[in-house]
Design a protein around this ligand. Structure first.
Ligand code: PLP
Length: 428
């Protein structure tokens, strides 16, 4: 049997760092990544046959669990008709109608192949629509790896200590203004000074790439107000939160309506998909209706659409998100009480189906500075102890955790038992 360590060594010969996306590399965790072979429901199975209760869910899409029979069935049904035609297909319209029905602020939507393309295209559209160059983002928010947005970013860029990547031209980065998440005064000041030059604000309405940080009361509302005041476009990057924190995403959960919304992850049911959409007025600026160019050879790929439509349709079942949030609540409360009993400084934060675990003595974590001040070594020890006991958490202190409807009370109990042992090990 080939082990994960052997496979990783082999992978490193021809793949930079052995991985096709940096956060998979387990950097900073002092161990090679685990190579997975298959997955079903709440579980991942590695190449050595070990089972893990999974709280990563392919970084978000697997909200009903892995290998969902309805999603796989929809893909199988399309498969024999061909993989891609480079022409319009009816299933793309089905997807667009479904998205517009679930998220009312989206009147028109364009599909892409990734979340990165969705945010990159939304930024271009906002710039084209307003005729302005500057954009505002928040420190520790990650919106994919396009040049304009890879400035003081979260996720892998943060784990690897390179918030701004070499290769991003300074002239381009100059147009990206980075403010502190949840700092209303800073946003107000920035817009008072140069509001007329700002094309858009892009924000993760719940930050999930510097662990899990909910917006403070009035943060999102303030963003809406300043954008209205200065005719800037408000973009919610709901690649992570869309269909997860509520069916209608964070905008439904918090009752704040953006101009443009970026989607990814769940919208593709596990296939490589992104999307961005918004008001008819702004979206009509897109090519071929308008002058702002955006395209994709495989965008709206019928197999990917079939997977996404099948998954979104399931999520419309009444009570789905309430039950999901309840599972997160049970897990987080259980982790906190076990940490308390063990005398470990740890808190959790959650919104709907996403959560974060912070090793800190603070009662809440509200921004990048506080997130990065948490005890990274305690996280590393916790992660390793959980992995050894068959619980797969995100391999970085700066990533949110994801629950699925396939996680049973028994799975949560297994997780809490493992955490109890992990905390005990951490105190010895
Ligand atoms: N936006 C957010 C909020 C994300 O979490 C991510 C990826 O994790 C992206 C954008 C980029 O999406 P993708 O990795 O599909 O390019």
């Amino acid at each position: 049997m080939t082990t994960s360590a052997e496979l990783f060594e082999q992978a490193c010969r021809h793949i930079p760092g052995g991985v096709n996306s940096p956060v998979r590399a387990f950097k900073g965790l002092h161990r090679p990544p685990v190579f997975m072979e298959s997955a079903k429901g709440a579980y991942l199975f590695d190449v050595e046959g070990k089972r893990y209760v999974d709280y990563v869910g392919s970084w978000g899409p697997m909200i009903t669990g892995h290998a969902d029979p309805d999603v796989l069935g929809a893909v199988r049904e399309r498969l024999d008709k061909g993989l891609s035609f480079g022409t319009p297909t009816a299933v793309e319209t089905t997807m667009a109608e479904l998205i517009c029905e679930i998220i009312p602020s989206i009147e028109m939507v364009r599909m892409t192949n990734s979340g990165t393309e969705a945010t990159m295209s939304a930024i271009r559209l906002a710039r084209g629509f307003t005729g302005r160059d500057k954009i505002v983002k928040f420190e520790g928010n990650y919106h994919g790896h396009s040049d304009s947005l890879l400035v003081k970013a979260g996720s892998g860029a943060l784990t690897h200590g390179e918030p701004s990547s070499p290769g991003v031209p300074a002239a381009l980065a100059e147009h990206t203004i980075t403010l502190s998440y949840n700092d209303i005064d800073e946003v107000e000041r920035c817009f008072e000074e140069i509001g007329s030059q700002i094309a858009c604000i892009i924000v993760e309405p719940v930050a999930g790439n510097m662990n899990c940080i909910p917006p403070s009361a009035d943060f999102l509302k303030t963003l809406r107000q300043v954008c209205d005041r200065h005719q800037s476009v408000l973009i919610f990057d709901e690649v992570m939160t869309g269909f997860r924190v509520a069916l209608g995403g964070a905008q439904a959960h918090f009752g704040v309506t953006p101009d443009l919304t970026c989607l990814g992850k769940i919208v593709g049911g596990g296939m490589p998909v992104g999307a961005f959409g918004g008001s008819r007025e702004i979206m009509s600026e897109l090519s071929p209706l308008g002058p702002v160019y955006q395209a994709g050879t495989l965008a709206g790929n019928p197999l990917a659409m079939a997977a996404g439509v099948a998954l979104l349709t399931k999520l419309k079942e009444p009570g789905f998100h309430k039950a999901l949030a309840q599972r997160v609540e049970t897990l987080c409360n259980g982790l906190e009480s076990r940490a308390r009993e063990a005398g470990i400084d740890m808190i959790t934060q959650r919104v709907g189906g996403m959560f974060g675990v912070f090793f800190t003595a603070q009662s809440s974590v509200e921004n990048f500075a506080q997130a990065t001040a948490c005890d990274a070594d305690a996280f590393r020890r916790f992660f390793t102890a959980m992995l050894e006991q068959g619980v797969y958490l995100a391999p970085s202190a700066y990533e949110a955790g994801f629950m699925s409807s396939a996680h049973t009370p028994e799975d949560i109990q297994v997780t809490l038992d493992a955490a109890e042992k992990a905390f005990a090990q951490m105190t010895t």
